[in-house]
Design a protein around this ligand. Structure first.
Ligand code: ATP
Ligand code: XMP
Ligand code: GLN
Ligand code: MG
Length: 531
């Protein structure tokens, strides 16, 4: 496990019961400048103690505490003398472990709910007696364990929160980690700073120092190759590695032919002229085209692309002396959404990210992934702190498998060419739109700006009429979302004239396209990419 940025003197451990958004809890804690990490819920009290956390938070989860294979909590964890805060399933697990009872309710509560204070509370201190919180549960605590008091209720949920202040155990049925819980952040602050007495010392400066030191120590005098895409994540890793090990680093850019229009030239220009790093441009277009011919299934595309990435890196490494390490810009959501690796959690696999699939036979590297515990906006803040220019730090994300997962069905040269041209128009128009919003609001990620935007080419054709002539051609689907961390996203409420201009331009300028549709689905239930 690579970990370049821990601050072990103050650490909050989140015990993950399989919440898709359990990772948000760690986020919120880190937003308050306290380092936080996630561990799977089968952690024993002994293992927990060895981690020396200053506080523990129990996440929500999909199971029912009394279900046969429900994850349970080692009850000893609750008597280590470390303060514990449980959310939702976390509250239910705490109650069950300490002799309280949990029952099924007739109808669950999903979405906003109004809690009313029913007793003194250290956790809710300073927040209103009546307030809106976010609920998502079917089960509920029906009797609190000995020593606990009920501190708030809703009409449907008698124990919306409970605590045993003396034992330093606290819990809520609602989710303080989601933004929709109005005072969620105040509750977390109460827990971290008042109840646990922590200090907000986890800052970008301290993270950079620790990461650089950790990379230096891990690498010693060996060589490192870095998968460099030109994206934010790998550029930040490049900056960290350059600072840590200088000339022991070689950056490898794989051109798989699935990049956006003009992208290979731009990346090469930036990393050979503007940065002083060793840069290798690998031309793998033909190899990828051959491997992907006839492949339709999204997960199969991802596996093939990922596996070939490893082979390309390995081939380059053979030509250099003493390469032991591969560095890459893996970030936390890649790991979370790829399923279990490292978080070891119970969350299900949504899609396999190319950078997390196993090495093929014959390929081996030790990995350096200094960002594997960071969320996207934290990576951007790090990039700025490292002095990277805005055009890199604020570049929209682009997935490693590239346009292959934006072409539904088989990937052909004809479809790639259509998609590249359509996508270039989408980017040109929405870059300009974002620049105008930035000018007006002074904010990079204001409510009106678009976080990620691109074109998708589906595997259908439809009839149209152009110049009085029948056409039978592809549609382009426009995807444009707002988000801050890619974990959740909403479709962007773009002005009609911007949508209209994108549509007219694509149909007029890209041969083979006669229609444009706008994807108006949030994540969840959809995902940002189509495959
Ligand atoms: N074309 C490529 N050549 C070399 N390495 C790549 C390429 N594409 C992706 N990678 C590697 O895979 C990692 C994950 O890709 P990902 O797209 O998540 O990150 P990124 O490209 O660095 O940033 P962004 O998310 O902003 O696009 C990258 O950080 C990089 O190490
Ligand atoms: O490097 C990557 N390798 C991948 O395999 C991959 N798949 C999705 N993405 C990007 O991740 C974010 C979330 O995407 P989804 O909502 O589609 O899962 C979005 O920003 C996507 O563009 C990827 N990035
Ligand atoms: N979000 C949760 O943690 C849900 C807990 C439990 N599965 C319930 O339905 O009550
Ligand atoms: Mg990328």
């Amino acid at each position: 496990m690579t970990q370049a940025a821990t601050s072990p003197d103050q650490k909050v451990i989140v015990v993950d019961f399989g919440a898709q958004y359990g990772q948000l809890i760690a986020r919120r804690v880190r937003d308050l400048h306290v380092y936080s990490e996630i561990v799977p819920c089968d952690v024993s009290a002994e293992e927990m103690q060895a981690e020396k956390p200053s506080a523990i938070i129990l996440s929500g989860g999909p199971a029912s505490v009394y279900a046969e294979d429900a994850p349970s909590l080692d009850p000893e964890i609750l008597s280590l003398g470390i303060p514990v805060l449980g959310f939702c399933y976390g509250q239910q697990a705490m109650a069950a472990a300490l002799g309280g009872t949990v029952g099924h309710t007739d109808a669950g509560e999903y979405g906003p709910a109004s809690i009313v204070r029913t007793g003194a509370s250290e956790l809710l201190a300073g927040t209103p007696d009546e307030q809106t919180v976010w609920m998502s549960h079917r089960d509920a605590v029906t009797a609190v364990p000995a020593g606990f008091t009920v501190t708030s209720s809703t009409a449907a949920c008698p124990v919306a929160s409970m605590e045993n202040a003396e034992a330093r155990l606290f819990a809520t049925q609602f989710h303080p980690e989601v933004r929709h819980t109005e005072c969620g952040s105040a509750m977390l602050e109460n827990f971290l700073f008042k109840i646990c007495g922590l200090k907000p010392t986890w800052t970008m400066g301290s993270i950079i120092e620790e990461s650089v030191a950790a990379i230096r120590k891990q690498v010693g005098d060996k060589r490192v190759i870095l998968g460099l895409s030109g994206g934010v994540d790998s550029s930040v890793v490049a900056a960290l590695c350059a600072r840590a090990i200088g000339r022991q680093l070689t950056c490898v850019f794989v051109n798989h032919g699935l990049l956006r229009k003009n992208e290979p030239e731009e990346v090469e220009e930036v990393f050979t002229r503007q940065f002083d790093v060793d840069f290798v441009h690998v031309h793998a277009e033909d190899r990828y085209a051959a491997l992907l011919a006839d492949v339709v299934e999204p997960e199969e595309k991802r596996r093939i692309i990922g596996s070939q990435f490893w082979k390309e890196f390995f081939t380059v490494a053979q030509d250099l002396d003493g390469v032991q390490f591969l560095a890459q810009g893996t970030i936390y959501p890649d790991i979370i959404e790829s399923g279990a690796r490292k978080t070891g959690g119970k969350a299900s696999t949504i899609k396999s990210h190319h950078n997390l699939i196993p090495f093929p036979e014959g390929v081996h590297f030790d990995l350096i992934e200094p960002l594997d515990h960071f969320f996207k906006d934290e990576v951007r803040a790090l990039g700025t702190a490292l002095g990277l220019p805005d055009h890199i730090v604020h570049r929209q994300p682009f997935p490693g498998p590239g346009l292959a997962i934006r072409i539904i069905g088989t990937v052909t040269l004809e479809k790639l060419s259509i998609l590249k041209d359509a996508d270039a128009i989408v980017r040109e128009e929405l870059d300009a739109y974002n620049a105008a919003v930035f000018e007006e609001t002074g904010e990079r990620n204001s409510e009106r700006s678009v976080w990620q935007y691109f074109a998708v080419l589906p595997d259908v054709k439809s009839v149209g009429v152009m110049g009085d002539e029948r056409t039978y051609a592809y549609p382009i689907i426009l995807r444009a979302v707002e988000s801050s961390d890619a974990m959740t996203a909403d479709w962007a409420k773009l002005p009609y004239e911007v949508l209209g201009r994108i549509s007219s331009r694509i149909v007029a300028e890209v041969p083979g396209v006669n229609r444009v549709a706008y994807d108006i689905t949030s994540k969840p239930p959809a995902t940002i990419e189509w495959e």
